[in-house]
Ligand binder design. Structure first.
Ligand code: SF4
Length: 497
C-alpha cells in the first residue's frame, strides 16, 4: 500500500507507521518504489510549542479504493488517565486520529486500540506493580489507548493472575525450550519452520544426536551460571512425531543431563492427534512430563480438512481419552478462531466440545496469516481478512470460558492476525503454565536447543531490563552443519560481564 509520512517530531520511526497501518490493512506491504495497491495512508505529526507547553497534533487520512476518511487529534487539552512523556502524547495523538479515521472508513473499532505491541499484559502488569489499582489501569487502556472494555478487562485480569504466579519465581529461575521441527504434514496456516516432507524425515536421527549434544552443553552452562531450571517445553513442529525409542532417548538425555530438582512443569506438545499412541504417551509420562498439549484447532471435520490438518475429529477425542487414561493431569487443547470456512456457530461448538473434556488448559488462538503460510496465497480467500468472525469468536470464548471456571493467564498478539484479535491461554486455577508466562512476559531467561529455536537471556535491574536473543539456525539441515556452540560465550559474557 502507499504510505506517506510527514513526521516533524523526531519521535516514532517509519516502521511504527507501517505497523500501525497493518491494524486496518492486514498483510499489506510497503514498497518503496511503485505500488499498484488502491490502499493508502497519509500521516502528519507535528510538535507544537506554545506558552512553554508542548503538545502534538496528528492528521491521518486512510484510503481504501475510492473511499477515504480523515481525522485529526490534538493532545493539547487531553487529560491522560496515567500521565506520560512526550513520546506517549505524540503516540496518543497519532493513534487516536488513526483509530477515528479507520473506524469511519471501515466501520469497526480496533479491539486493541492503537496498541501495536505484542505483550499488552506486560504493560498492564507494569502499572499494577507500580501502585496503580486495577480500575485505573483498565481506564488507562480504554481511554488512553482506545482498547475495547472487554480487552482492557482481559489484560488487567490476566496481569493480576500473572503477578500472583510470578511472586514465587526466583531470580535464578529459567526455562528450557527443545525444538522438534518436524510434522506429519503441513497445515495450510502454518508459518513455523517445520519439515513435513517424508524424505526429510531421514534427518531425524542425526538431528536428535545433535540436539542431545546441545542439551548436554546447555545443562553444563546452566550449572556454571547457577540457574535453576523451573520449566521445560518440548515444542515444534510436532514432537510426538518421534517414535518410542527416539522419545526415550531424547527425554532420557534431558533427565540425565539437567538438574530437575526445582522443575515445576514439564510440557510436551503432542499437537497432532494423528501422531499420538498409547505407547508414546506412556514413554513421555515415564520421564516426568506433567503437561501435554493435544490440539484439535477445531472440532469441525470440514474445517480440519480445509486447513490440511490430516487428522479427524474422532482421532482428537480418542487421543484425549488416552492421555487421561494414562494419567496426565494437565492437558491443554488449542483452538483457532477465524479459520477458513469456520463460522461463529462452528467455533462455539468446538469450544463446548473441548470444555466437555474437562481439560485443565484451553488456549484460544486467532488465525495469523504470515508470509510463510500457504493460506496467504489462497485464491478463494476463504478466510475473512477483516476478521469479524475471529473477533466475535475470541470475545465469545472469553465470556464462555470464564463462566466455565477458566481464567486467562497469558496473552499475546501477533502481526497480521485476522481481526487484530489476540491469543489467550485459559486455565483452571492452579494449572497455569509457568513456561508460557515466563516466555511471553519476558520474565526469566529461556534457553533453547534445536533448529529454529531462540534463546532469550534476560537481566533485570529494577525497572531496567536487558534482553538478548540468540537464534539457532532456522532449518534442520543448517542446524546440522553448524558447530554445537549455542552462543555460550555470548551468554557467559552477558551474565558475568
Ligand atoms: S502441526 Fe503446527 S507446526 Fe506442524 S505444520 Fe501444523 S501448525 Fe505447523
Amino acid at each position: 500500500m502507499k504510505l506517506l509520512v510527514d513526521n516533524k517530531t523526531g519521535i516514532l520511526n517509519n516502521y511504527y507507521f507501517q505497523t500501525l497501518c497493518l491494524l486496518y490493512y492486514p498483510g499489506e506491504k510497503f514498497p518503496t518504489l511503485s505500488d499498484d495497491s488502491s490502499n493508502a495512508a497519509f500521516f502528519k505529526l507535528e510538535e507544537v510549542k506554545s506558552d512553554n507547553i508542548i503538545y502534538y497534533m496528528a492528521t491521518v487520512r486512510l484510503e481504501a479504493g475510492l473511499r477515504y476518511r480523515e481525522a485529526q487529534f490534538s493532545s493539547l487539552d487531553y487529560k491522560a488517565v496515567i500521565d506520560g512523556d512526550n513520546e506517549f502524547f505524540a503516540t496518543l495523538a497519532l493513534g487516536k486520529a488513526f483509530l477515528e479515521a479507520g473506524k469511519k472508513l471501515f466501520g469497526f473499532s480496533m479491539p486493541w486500540g492503537y496498541i501495536i505491541g505484542l505483550r499488552p499484559v506486560k504493560r498492564a502488569r507494569y502499572y499494577l506493580e507500580h501502585g496503580y489499582d486495577a480500575d485505573t489501569v483498565k481506564r488507562f487502556f480504554i481511554d488512553d489507548y482506545g482498547v475495547l472494555e472487554q480487552k482492557a478487562e482481559l489484560s488487567v485480569n490476566t496481569a493480576l493472575l500473572e503477578i500472583q504466579m510470578l511472586s514465587g519465581v526466583k531470580n535464578n529461575t529459567c526455562g528450557l525450550y527443545i525444538s522438534i521441527p518436524f510434522c506429519p504434514t503441513r497445515c495450510s496456516y502454518c508459518s513455523f519452520v517445520s519439515y513435513s516432507n517424508k524424505k526429510l524425515f531421514q534427518l531425524i536421527p542425526d538431528y536428535l544426536e545433535k540436539l542431545k549434544r546441545d542439551l548436554k552443553q546447555t545443562a553444563a552452562l546452566l550449572k556454571e551460571l547457577n540457574f535453576s531450571l523451573g520449566t521445560i517445553y518440548v515444542g515444534g513442529g510436532t514432537p510426538s512425531i518421534l517414535d518410542c525409542n527416539q522419545l526415550e532417548d531424547l527425554l532420557g538425555t534431558v533427565e540425565k543431563s539437567f538438574n530437575l530438582n526445582n522443575l515445576k512443569e514439564y510440557s510436551f506438545e503432542a499437537g497432532r492427534p494423528d501422531t499420538i499412541t498409547a505407547d508414546k504417551l506412556t514413554v513421555i509420562k515415564s520421564h516426568g512430563v506433567n503437561r501435554i498439549s493435544i490440539n484439535p484447532q477445531t472440532t469441525n471435520e470440514n474445517v480440519l480438512q480445509r486447513i490440511g490438518r490430516c487428522h479427524t475429529v474422532s482421532q482428537f477425542f480418542n487421543s484425549a481419552e488416552l492421555a487421561k487414561k494414562i494419567g496426565f493431569n494437565c492437558i491443554n487443547a488449542d483452538l483457532i478462531a477465524g479459520l477458513p470456512d469456520d463460522t461463529e456457530e462452528n467455533f462455539a461448538k468446538s469450544l463446548s466440545d473441548v470444555i466437555s473434556l474437562n481439560f485443565e488448559n484451553i488456549t484460544v488462538h486467532t488465525l495469523s496469516i504470515k508470509n510463510a503460510a500457504e493460506l496467504r496465497f489462497d485464491p478463494d480467500k476463504l478466510y475473512d481478512p477483516a476478521g469479524e468472525t475471529a473477533r466475535n469468536c475470541v470475545a465469545y470464548a472469553y465470556d464462555k470460558l470464564i463462566k466455565q471456571g477458566y481464567n486467562p493467564y497469558y496473552l499475546y498478539r501477533q502481526k497480521n492476525t485476522v481481526g487484530n484479535a489476540e491469543n489467550t491461554g485459559y486455565s483452571k486455577a492452579g494449572y497455569e503454565s509457568l513456561y508460557n508466562v515466563l516466555m511471553m512476559e519476558e520474565y526469566s531467561s529461556i534457553f533453547a536447543c534445536g533448529a529454529g529455536a531462540i534463546t532469550k537471556i534476560i537481566k533485570k535491574n529494577g525497572d531496567n531490563e536487558h534482553i538478548e536473543r540468540i537464534a539457532f539456525p532456522k532449518y534442520p539441515f543448517e542446524y546440522l552443519e553448524k558447530d554445537s556452540d549455542i552462543g555460550k560465550d555470548k551468554i557467559r559474557e552477558f551474565f558475568k560481564g
